[in-house]
Design a protein around this ligand. Sequence first.
Ligand SMILES: [Zn+2]
Length: 445
Amino acid sequence: MKNTGPLLMCLIALASQNAHTEPPFSGTIFIDPDIITASDPTAFTNMTYAGQGMRTMFDRRVNAFVTLNAYLFNARFDDGLTAEIQVNPEFGSTNAASIEANKYAIVIGRLPTISRSRVQTVWIHQGVQPFGGGNNNLLIHIGQADLYAADGILEETLVHESGHSSLDPLHASAPGWLAAQTTDPEFISTYARDNPTREDIAESYLPWLAVRHRPHRISATLSNTIAVTIPNRLAYFDSQNFAMYPIVQEIAVYTGAGTNAANERTDNAGVHVFPGAQVGSNSVPQIFTVKNRGGNNLTGLALTKTGPHPGDFNLGTLGVTTLSPNVTTTFTVVFSPMASGTRDAIVNIASNDGNENPFRIRVSGFSASPPQLQNVVRLANGSVKFDFTNAPGASFTVLALTNLGLPPPNWNVLGPPTEAPSGQYQFTDLQATNSPQRFYRIRSP
Ligand SMILES: [Zn+2]
């Protein structure tokens, strides 16, 4: 008992010292299973089988590179990235290999763009062996993958491994990173500390992703531990403006009421041309659809108008101001020209999207003044000829009547005028020969 006092003092001193000299974690793939989960969106869209081909792959079961007649699949992601997935022929059939390739392409698609940016190939083997990164590759042993999945850290592990392929080449030796290593209080893990050149980027990146992009999924304690341990590394990653789709919110805008890929719009590209409308009238409403295809809430949605003639387009209201992942809303725009001619504007969709705020839709409509008949003459044969000017390429119909007291349904359709030259319309009414007087209407179209 006599020794209790001094012993306790010693332990406290050690604990106190540990708090300043020991990394808080042994490794970071285990820190929280909810940073990315199986219900998060994936950027993976589809893959095609490319047959079998000889590929050199690393296999941890023999701890060596082996050259195999692998099943090959070309996987595509909707941020434009691709990867060749090479499946060990030990799976025995194209179908069995396809199941594995598809399964892991979906998982890999949950990693942010930056993590997949340099991943060109994926190796898939059987066996319970650690994953690997580097070589512009992700190495997967499916027995180990099942264990990671059971622990909820399959995506987290691949975030780490993809750091070796996609982040190490540019950042592991960067002066800014080396400075952050020097000035931070401690390494985030003993694994990083013991392998500072090889593992520090990969070990620190997932904690950064958690703190910056998934703060509501991790505990305040964990968040604080990361923030106080590697503040300069976090700032280094902050300054890189990494492309984080589909981790973060991501706006997608479609022409029409739906999310058909063919109708997806590109920010500020292309012009949506409205049906023509006369001054003071309204076009048919045009519908646009907004979707959040990212993994965090898309918030602060709001519509504004800019451009040369914003007053000529009337905006409907957005159904919501916040979209959860995969949720859509729509709004309408009506062309209501205040003057004739080509009328242009930009519809801006504000949100918290990282690189498309606002998302811009260029809109345009043509408003012609009502045609004014001119040069009306009765020809020698009794026909009546007239002309008018208007928008080039417009469609018109000429109608006639002898008694103005009759309502529009009784007007006779005579046909379209001819346009020559452009914007100059002419019409000759051959039926006018027997009429002492005729009234004419020009209808569009
Ligand atoms: Zn590693």
